[in-house]
Write a protein that binds this ligand. Sequence first.
Ligand code: HEM
Length: 505
Amino acid sequence: MSKPTPAQQQLELWYSKNKKKHPDSDEHSTDASGVPLVYKDTSITVGKYGPIVLTDWNLIEQLASFNRERISERIVHAKGAGAFGYFEVTDDITDLTISKVFERVGKKTPIAVRFSQVAGNLGSADTVRDPRGFAIKFYTEEGIWDLVGNNTPIFFMRDPINFPMFIHSQKRNPVTNTRDWNMFWDYMSLSPESIHQFMILFSDRGIPDGHRHMNGYGSHTFSLIGPDRKLTWVKFIYRTDQGIKNLDPDKADKLAGTDPDYALEDLYNAISRGQFPSWTFYIQTMTPEQAKKLDFNPFDITKVWPQKQFPLKRVGKFVLNRNPTNYFAEVEQIAFQPSNLTPGIGASADRLLQGRLFSYPDAHRYRLGINYNEIPVNCPFRVRNFQRDGHMAINNQGGAPNYHPNSFGGPEVSKNAEKGVSKPSTVSGEEYWFNLGKEDNYTQPRCMYLNVLNAGAKDRLAKNIASALVKVTVEDIKNRVITEFGKVHTDLAQSIKSHLQNLTI
Ligand code: HEM
């Protein structure tokens, strides 16, 4: 039998770390209000064989507390793994941003990271073909900066109104409650803007070997605000120092049955053993003048910025060196939101990003409650504002006035914060439902097919697509999907067809 892993031995290791003694062993056991318990393992009954009585408030409390252990899972990215560490600046970019994170070479900022799969539920397998979430929380001295990225540089759509529709097509059929391949491919075949992301999803990188061996991308175009409030458009990219490793689909399928928590365990064990995973952090930058002259929309998340034109610039690295001390407290309750931007880093007109600025805090208010920022992992800082009350208000700011302006003083705005936002800019135009559907959806995927994938990778892409397409029962959908991939390249369509012929359900 192989040696047990740190994840398998968690309790034993915790026990020996405490010198083989539970730290509360010499204390008395209490109820949730701290009152000492008379008995822990027996309910109060009338006589030895009689019924239980309502006086047994401890029993009632335990049963009631148990019934409330689950909170709703994230609507997407439900299954995940988290870890903590630090971000360190390696190269100076103070000409581009006044962000405290990038203040000087050598500066370290504590971070939390959560990796996730998108479509599956809380208990789903880690080795499915799905994009991976790769979200980073920076605990800066100017509040929280969240970079809520994925392991892909692009996304399935460019308008947030389509996000719920897309997600419905990837999740369970509302009648059978099972994954539905007609739904999955139907949406894709009718949404040409999604093809670039589907190409990545069905490539080798669609099933990373755990979380340590994949890159991450902020994906959107963000802004950096430098001295004199100078604005530069930016993309954030973090490359794994462990090297890219992907799983062969057959192995991934097997692991989904035998070891569904494969990625979670791999991360936990690596960190426990002191093999701290790290990523090198890069940016791509574009001036507003370059953006105006570009032959594609730089705020369209379905497109990458070509590296030849916008080379990667190394700026730092991050290291994960601590496992959560409690999964629910620090990972299930962690709340990332793209609207958490600190001075020197801002959003852009990317439509999808604009939608996300609203969506995440709203999701947290529903899932965790209005005071979710009082959960220590989300915001360990003392906030100073005029918001009050609501469920679970813990730091309710005592007797200080809860309105502004007032005659009794209170926090004033930060002069530095204004230095960290771009100068006033003109935004004007007609208000209408401007559809961006006529953009070029195929040039970049074609470039990926021709220039990035070698012969073997091209063949595996076609095979992976065919293996999922063979499950479609509606011929029209199948044909439309092949037509779409044919617009990327006729060889790809041809190759999918030949693989389909060799497959049976
Ligand atoms: C999670 C919405 C696009 C990355 C979520 C959640 C929502 C959501 C509601 C659950 C949040 C929670 O309960 O904690 C949306 C919408 C999008 C969008 C409306 C488009 C309009 C994207 C894109 C990326 C992304 C483009 C990556 C570039 C993530 C990640 C998580 C997440 C990493 C999990 C965060 C965590 O680990 O807690 N998204 N999303 N999403 N999303 Fe999105």
